[in-house]
Structure formats: C-alpha cells, structure tokens
Design a protein around this ligand. Structure first.
Ligand code: DGL
Length: 331
C-alpha cells in the first residue's frame, strides 16, 4: 500500500488558470495563462493529500472546445488511467463547458478510478477566489476510496456532482453549478461525504470506449423562439447528421417549424426534441407525434448534454431510431 495516492493533474486552461490585474477583478481577467504547475504550487496544502504529477494538455478557454478537443482529452486520460501506478485523475477546465467534457468522459472512459473535473468561477488572483479550495476539494475527492466507480465527477463550491446531471447555471456567482436532482454529496475540510449514487449507466457499463473513437458525427443545436426563421433549420440540416432542437417548454415546436423539422428527419437527420428550460422531461408523443414525424426526445437531458449523447449513440451500428431513443432513456 502506498503512503499517499498518486494523482495526475491535467491542465487545459480556464479561469482556474486565469489572472486579473487586481484582486478586485473577479469577473474580468486573462483566462488560461497559469500553467497547471503554477496553480498547484500556489496551494501547498495539496501535497499532503497525494503525490501529484502535473501535465499541461491544453491552455485555452473551454468555450473553444470542439469534438477534437474532447477526443484528445478523453484519450489522454484513458492512457494515464491505464498506468497501475496512477490512482486517479484531475482535469482542470474552464467552467463554461465543463459539463460537456465531463459527460463525454463519463460515457466513454473505461475505468473505475476517480476522474474529477474542476474549474473555478474566480481566478486565483481575485478576492475570495474559489480556485484553490475547488482544486483542494477535487484532489480530496479523487484520493478517497468512496469516489471509485461513480463515473466522472465535477467538484465546485463544496459540492460533488455527477457529470451526467451538472450544468453551469450562473454566469458569475461562485454558486454556479446545479444538478436537477441535487449534488451527489459535499466536501467538508478535505473529506467527501456522499448521499446519492449516479443511477444511469456510465464508464465501464456503456457501449463506447474512448480508445476506439476516432471522430464524432456533426450534431448541432438550434435554440427555439417564436420568430425563429425556418431557413435556419434547412441550413443546419443540410450539413449536420443530428439536430438537437432546444424547444420552448416541453420541447414545443412552433407551427412554422414543424415542416422543416419533419423534412430534416425524412432526409436522414436525427432530430431530437429537447427543452430550452434545461430542466424536466420532454414527453415522447406528447405535444408532438414523434413516432409519425420520425423524431426523438431527450428524456431529461439539457440540449448541450443531449448533443454529446447523440454523437456517441450515432456511432453504434446500426444507428436505428429506436436504438437512439433507447440511449436517451438509458444514459
Ligand atoms: N473562458 C471561460 C472558460 O474557459 C472562463 C470561464 C471559467 O473558467 O470559469 O470556460
């Protein structure tokens, strides 16, 4: 038994790697300028938790992350986790799209070792920055045996969230992350306390392995409103293989948008009704006859999470509509 666990901290940028001109710059600052080594060396407390090895994989704001970034991050973490000497991985990440990367990892990594994704809402240079405590908490979670086999976790503001559910729900407050059914637990002075388990399949019980993935199909999201120009649907559908329609309320579709979405589905684009509320379920064959139109529904997934899931589900052969719909009820 090792004296301390071995944890690899992989840096990708974000506010946690940011620097403001003054300590009162809590909201305007340079993003992605500190290396992961610099961040870690400013928090001496973390060395008591684990043997840490830092690695800089990317250095950019997470708003820039595309499918290639997701694959690159996933493949590197998978490689690191295969090392018997590694007990867990921390990924430092911008908070904007932390939920998408974390969910992608949750569905594609094949390991029970803890993987914790962490960012901060204020840069380390700001007054009352959450950067050091979030990172300390994330490492505390990664080293703890109770964190194994729970899929990818996101730690922020003293809470531990499952990657499946968490979304960034505020643009500047420290209390920015929300899971619709609540966090899995808290971190109190370096000790995780869990109160829930992720229910849906993840990591070792999914049908996707990151090592086998080479590219992801193009899936776009359209945000609905009453005056949406139907030509937007045609333009997106002419190029994408999947389309998440972030409808109003219960995935509702304005009258003039029905025909272009039906046409998209008939032309082989997978059309998924989601809700721009980002919360609650979209009822299949409820407000719209999804069976007749050849559409899918997200169950309860936020549109940005649904995009990740649809891209993966479409890789399974054959990407039949019924199999795609089943994926939304399984994951
Ligand atoms: N540029 C944003 C990002 O990397 C900053 C937001 C943050 O990290 O909190 O997601």
């Amino acid at each position: 038994m090792r004296e301390k666990p071995n944890i690899v901290v992989i840096g990708t940028g974000g506010t946690i790697a940011g620097r403001g001109e003054t300590s009162s710059n809590t909201a305007s600052y340079d993003c992605s300028v500190l290396t992961v080594n610099e961040i870690l060396s400013s928090i001496p407390e973390v060395s008591s938790l684990a043997n840490l090895r830092a690695e800089q994989l990317l250095q950019t704001g997470s708003e820039n992350f595309n499918n290639e970034h997701l694959l690159k991050i996933g493949k590197r973490i998978s490689e690191v986790l295969k090392d018997d000497d590694v007990d867990g991985v921390i990924l430092t990440h911008g908070t904007d799209t932390i939920e998408e990367t974390a969910y992608f990892l949750h569905l594609t990594l094949k390991s029970v070792k803890p993987v914790v994704v962490v960012g901060s809402m204020r840069p380390p240079s700001a007054m009352s920055s959450d950067a050091s405590l979030n990172l300390y908490n994330a490492i505390s979670v990664a080293v703890h045996p109770t964190s194994r086999a729970k899929g990818t976790l996101v730690v922020a503001n003293d809470e531990i969230h499952t990657a499946r559910d968490v979304t960034k729900a505020n643009s500047f407050k420290l209390e920015a992350f929300r899971s619709p059914y609540g966090a899995l637990g808290y971190v109190v002075e370096g000790q995780p306390r869990y109160y829930r388990m992720p229910w849906r399949d993840h990591t070792v019980s999914t049908q996707w392995a990151i090592d086998d993935l080479e590219a992801l199909p193009k899936v776009d999201i359209i945000y609905a409103y009453g005056a949406l120009d139907e030509r937007v649907i045609d333009t997106v559908a002419s190029d994408a293989r999947g389309l998440i329609y972030a409808g109003t309320g219960n995935g509702n579709v304005a009258l003039h948008i029905v025909a272009p979405l039906v046409a998209a589905a008939r032309n082989g684009v997978h059309v998924v009704r989601a809700s721009r509320t980002g919360n609650g379920v979209v009822i299949r064959n409820g407000a719209q006859p999804d069976d007749d139109y050849g559409w899918l529904v997200v169950d309860d997934q936020a549109p940005q999470k649904a995009r990740i899931l649809l891209m993966l589900a479409m890789l399974s052969t054959p990407a039949e509509r019924s199999a795609l719909q089943a994926a939304f009820y399984r994951y």
